[in-house]
Design a binder for this molecule. Structure first.
Ligand SMILES: [Fe+2]
Ligand SMILES: [Fe+2]
Length: 331
């Protein structure tokens, strides 16, 4: 199975959506062969799509593939590589939750990077690793995350480092007891510490999961962050969280559309906005995704193609495999 998925991931004649389905499958299998396939595709001389390379880095971090650490460091430090891919490598090193000196040293160097998304991510990852904080994450998620779910049975702290979460947060969520007004104030304040803003954002997401009545209100706050914040890093993560929330809030949906259609916005933000719209799967946004699937920026066009397949999967609860097989995804 890993062999088929690895072959599909490599096959540039296949549509991007099929290659992403293969990537999700490899993340879910999580064996050595799958890690090797993802490492191969992380190489820019092998794989021209920055979108695909960044998703491989993300997957390796979420899988906590210790064997990938060396390569993730190399790619993070490669100044010729796309900023979004380098950012994702830094985030993956943080997600590993291993306080290995080579990762700590590399992240410390990356804090001085002149590429803002790399330096900001490295400092968050470093702080998380050094704090030894308990993981937080999401046990629910979009069709993409459900298709990527780890197949191994996980009960607490398993030796492979696997977690019970569909996704591990790059910064731990603030305590559930934090008042809603505090979370809202911190996440919206552009002068606040980024680590605190991330923590507030994940706490808002968790509050939204915990109570259906606060769900739209939380999504609205996150939508306001998209409209007002200067940080591309924060905004891309807000988009990701809105995709996890799958909120019906029209305010949040509009904010995501504004991000996608703003050509001056960082491609990393526009990409996550597209995928979040796919995950929310509201019929009113399908036209936007179809329009931007023709965007001249490959990261945006490919993201919209993948987002449309996530939208179909959300609506039908299935992903079409690379060989045409239909896989029902867990809920
Ligand atoms: Fe990211
Ligand atoms: Fe992404």
């Amino acid at each position: 199975m890993a062999v088929d998925a690895a072959r599909a991931l490599r096959d540039r004649a296949l549509p991007m959506e099929a290659r992403f389905t293969a990537l999700f499958r490899l993340r879910s299998l999580g064996d050595d062969r799958s890690v090797d396939a993802l490492l191969d595709a992380l190489d820019a001389s092998v794989e021209p799509s920055a979108l695909l390379r960044h998703e491989c880095a993300f997957a390796l971090g979420q899988m906590r593939a210790g064997r990938a650490i060396e390569r993730l460091i190399e790619v993070m430090e490669d100044e010729g590589e796309d900023g979004m891919v380098r950012h994702e490598c830094a985030e993956a090193l943080g997600a590993m939750a291993r306080r290995e000196s080579r990762a700590i040293d590399a992240l410390t160097r990356a804090c001085g990077s002149s590429t803002r998304e790399v330096s900001e991510t490295a400092s968050l990852a470093l702080r998380k690793l050094k704090s030894g904080s308990v993981d937080t994450g999401s046990t629910v998620g979009s069709a993409k995350e459900r298709a990527s779910a780890n197949e191994r049975v996980v009960d607490g702290d398993d030796e492979s480092g696997a977690t019970p979460y569909l996704s591990v947060d790059p910064v731990p969520a603030m305590a559930a007891s934090t008042p809603m007004e505090t979370l809202e104030r911190v996440v919206l304040d552009d002068t606040e510490d980024m680590y605190a803003r991330y923590g507030a954002m994940f706490a808002l997401r968790n509050a939204s999961y915990a109570s259906a009545s606060s769900s739209d209100a939380c999504a609205d706050v996150l939508g306001r962050v998209l409209a007002t914040s200067e940080s591309a890093l924060l905004k891309h993560e807000v988009c990701y969280v809105l995709g996890q929330l799958q909120s019906a809030s029209p305010g949040a949906r509009d904010a995501l559309v504004r991000c996608l259609e703003d050509a001056r916005e960082h491609p990393m933000v526009r990409h996550e906005a597209a995928e979040a719209l796919g995950s929310i799967a509201h019929p009113s946004t399908k036209d936007y995704l179809e329009t931007f699937a023709k965007d001249p920026e490959p990261i945006i066009a490919e993201s919209c193609e993948v987002a449309l397949s996530i939208m179909r999967a959300e609506q039908d609860n299935v992903f079409i495999g690379v060989d045409g097989t239909v896989a029902v995804i867990g809920t």
